[in-house]
Write a protein that binds this ligand. Structure first.
Ligand code: FAD
Ligand code: DLZ
Length: 510
C-alpha cells in the first residue's frame, strides 16, 4: 500500500523529513494549492505568486526526479478546498493506508492536522521539522525554569551547538558574542546600495501571476514587477548575490532607513528560508565563510548570523512553547482599531507612508521599518494586538504565524508583558530622524511636539510613557524615560498629552 506524503507550501525542499525513507515507486506525494490556505488571511498577491509558483516548480522537480506527485492547481471551483479534503480524496483514489507529513509551522493548521488520524480513520505520522536548528523540545528544555527568556543567551547556546563563528577553543570569533553596537549607522547614500537580486518570471510564474490577478484581485498588494526567485537554484543565487554585494555593509547599516531605497543592505532571503528554498543553517555557514575569507567584516557577519541563529530560532521556540494562549495576549489593554491607512499608505507621516508603500509594492519592508515605524506607531497608538498581527501576517512574503506573531505581539506590541523582550521598542520621531532621511521630506515637523504640524510620534510617545506608568515605571531599562517625563514642566506635560489625545481621536486623518 502506498503512503501519502503531504508537502506543504512552506516545505519546499527534498531535505524535508517526510521524504526520509520514502519509496519513489510506492508512495505518492501530495501538494495542493487550496482555497483555505490561500484565504485564511489577506495574503499579499506577491506572496501568493511566490508560493504557488515555487510549489509548481518544486513539484516539477520531484517528478523529474522520479517521484509520483499529485498536484492540485488552484481554481475557485475545485471541490477540494482544504488540505484535508485533498488528502481524503487521495486516500480514496490510491487506497493509501498511511499519511506522512512534517509538522507544519502554524498552530491553526497544526490543530487541524492533529485530528486527521481520527477524521480519516488511519495513521497520520507527523514528523519533526528538522530544518530548524533547535527542536521544539530543545527550546523547551532551555526555557524551563527561566523567569525571563532572553534571545542573547539562547543565541549563545546556538553558537556553541553549531560552532558557527566560534574559535576552536570555544570562544566567539572576534572576541565578542554580539556586535550590535556596531550595527547602527545612518545611511546617507554612500556606499550605494545594491539593486535587489532579480529573477525574471518564467512561463510558470507568469501563469500564476495571471491566476492571482484573476482570482485574488481583492487581496493586498500588487503582482507588478514580481522578481522573487521561485526555485532553489535561483534562491541560492540570491544568497550568493547578497554575500557578494550587500553583506559587507549589512552590519553598519542594519538599522538604517532611507526615503529613496527600499532594500538597503538587507538580504531579502526570509521569503526563501521560510518556504524551504534555502536552508537556514547553510545560509549562516555561507555568511560565516565570507568572514573567514576576509570578504565581510565581523559586525556584518555576526549581525546577520544572529538574526537567523538567534532571533529566528528564538521566536519559533517562543511560539510553540506558548500557543495557543500567546495569540490572545493583550497585557497593555489596547483597544484601538488599526487605522485604514495601513492598507492604503494614505498618510502624511512620511516614514509610515514609505514603509507601507514599499510593503504594498514589494511584499517586503526591512526589519527597522517593521519594528520602528509601522510597529512603533501601532504600539504608541495602542492598536489591538490581533488587528496589527493580522496586518503583518497578510502583507509580507515571508509572513507565517510562527514568526510573525512573536515578532508583532511580543517584540513590537509588548502584549506578552515582556516575556519576549525586556522593554518596549517605543520611540519618538527623534529615533526615526536619527536613522533615516524621512523627516526632511515629511509634512510633519520632527522638532515640534505639541503644535498642529508636530510629528505625531513625539506626543504619542509621551502619552504611551504616561499611560503605562504602572506597567513600566519599575522597569530598570525605562527609568530614564520616566525621569525625563517627570522633569518636564506640568504645562508642557499637559500640552503633550492634549496633543496626543487629539491625535488619537483622529488617527485616521493623520
Ligand atoms: P535580513 O535583515 O537580511 O536578516 C536576515 C535574516 O534573519 C532574515 O532573512 C530572517 O530569516 C532572519 N531574521 C531577522 N530578524 C528576524 C526576526 N526578528 N525574527 C525572525 N527572523 C529574523 N520575519 C519573517 O520571516 N516573517 C515575518 O512574518 C516577520 N514579521 C515581522 C514582524 C515585525 C513587526 C518585525 C519587527 C519583524 C518581523 N520579521 C519577520 C523579522 C524580520 O523583520 C524579517 O525577517 C526581515 O525583515 C526579513 O528581511 P531580510 O531577509 O532582508 O532580513
Ligand atoms: C501560505 C500558504 C498559501 C498561501 N497557500 C498554500 C497552499 O495553497 N497550499 C499549501 O500547502 N500551503 C500553502 N501555504 C502555506 C501553508 O499555509 C503553511 O504550510 C502553513 O502556513 C504552515 O506554516
Amino acid at each position: 500500500m502506498p503512503n501519502l506524503i503531504l508537502i506543504l507550501g512552506d516545505q519546499l525542499t527534498t531535505d524535508i523529513s517526510t521524504l526520509e525513507n520514502a519509496d519513489r515507486k510506492r508512495d505518492r506525494i501530495v501538494m495542493a494549492e487550496v482555497h483555505d490556505e490561500a484565504s485564511y488571511t489577506n495574503h499579499h498577491k506577491k506572496k501568493l505568486v511566490l508560493l504557488f509558483s515555487a510549489m509548481r516548480h518544486f513539484a516539477q522537480q520531484l517528478e523529474a526526479d522520479g517521484w509520483q506527485v499529485h498536484y492540485q492547481s488552484y481554481h475557485p471551483d475545485n471541490e477540494t478546498k482544504s488540505l484535508e479534503a485533498v488528502i481524503a480524496t487521495q486516500v480514496r483514489e490510491t487506497g493509501a493506508d498511511r499519511v506522512i507529513t512534517t509538522e507544519c509551522g502554524e498552530w491553526r493548521l497544526h490543530e487541524q492536522i492533529s485530528q486527521w488520524h481520527e477524521r480519516l480513520g488511519m495513521p497520520v505520522e507527523i514528523r519533526p521539522d528538522s530544518r530548524f536548528i533547535a527542536s521544539k523540545q530543545e527550546f523547551a528544555n532551555w526555557a524551563e525554569g527561566r523567569k525571563q527568556l532572553r534571545m542573547e543567551f539562547f543565541y549563545r547556546e546556538m553558537r556553541r551547538k553549531t560552532g558557527l563563528l566560534m574559535t576552536p577553543d570555544g570562544k566567539p570569533e572576534g572576541g565578542e558574542w554580539n556586535f550590535d553596537a556596531d550595527n547602527r549607522r545612518k545611511w546617507t547614500g554612500k556606499p550605494p546600495a545594491p539593486a535587489p537580486f532579480r529573477v525574471e518570471p518564467d512561463g510558470v510564474t507568469r501563469e500564476v501571476i495571471d491566476l492571482v490577478e484573476q482570482h485574488f484581485a481583492d487581496h493586498f498588494g500588487t503582482t507588478e514587477d514580481f522578481h522573487f526567485a521561485v526555485t532553489r537554484q535561483d534562491a541560492e543565487q540570491a544568497l550568493d548575490y547578497f554575500i557578494d554585494f550587500a553583506l559587507p555593509c549589512f552590519g553598519d547599516f542594519q538599522d538604517a532607513m532611507s526615503d529613496g531605497e527600499d532594500w538597503l543592505f538587507h538580504s531579502i532571503l526570509s521569503p526563501y528560508i521560510n518556504c524551504g528554498l534555502l536552508d537556514p543553517l547553510a545560509v549562516c555557514e555561507a555568511a560565516a565563510q565570507a568572514w573567514y575569507a576576509g570578504r565581510a567584516p565581523i559586525n556584518a557577519v555576526e549581525g546577520f548570523v544572529r538574526q537567523i541563529l538567534g532571533w529566528r530560532e528564538f521566536v519559533r521556540g517562543i511560539y510553540w512553547l506558548n500557543m495557543p494562549g500567546y495569540a490572545k495576549e493583550n497585557r497593555l489593554g489596547n483597544t484601538r482599531a488599526l487605522p485604514w491607512f495601513y492598507w492604503t499608505g494614505d498618510t502624511k507621516m512620511r516614514c509610515m507612508h514609505k514603509a507601507i508603500d514599499a510593503t504594498h509594492r514589494n511584499a517586503y519592508a526591512h526589519h527597522i521599518q517593521r519594528l520602528m515605524v509601522t510597529g512603533n506607531f501601532a504600539l504608541l497608538a495602542g492598536i489591538k494586538p490581533e488587528e496589527i498581527c493580522d496586518w503583518y501576517l497578510a502583507v509580507y512574503a515571508d509572513a507565517y504565524d510562527w514568526v510573525e506573531l512573536p515578532n508583532v505581539l511580543g517584540m513590537v506590541m509588548h502584549a506578552d508583558g515582556g516575556y519576549l523582550g525586556s522593554k518596549p521598542y517605543a520611540a519618538s520621531g527623534k529615533y526615526i530622524q536619527r536613522m533615516s532621511d524621512h523627516c526632511a521630506n515629511c509634512h510633519y515637523k520632527v522638532n515640534k511636539a505639541t503644535e498642529d504640524d508636530a510629528c505625531p510620534f513625539n506626543a504619542l510617545y509621551w502619552h504611551f510613557i504616561d499611560r503605562h506608568r504602572g506597567d513600566f515605571a519599575n522597569n530598570p531599562r525605562m527609568g530614564m524615560m520616566y525621569r525625563n517625563w517627570d522633569k518636564q514642566k506640568p504645562e508642557r506635560r499637559e500640552a503633550l498629552l492634549q496633543r496626543a489625545n487629539d491625535l488619537l481621536a483622529r488617527l485616521e486623518q493623520l
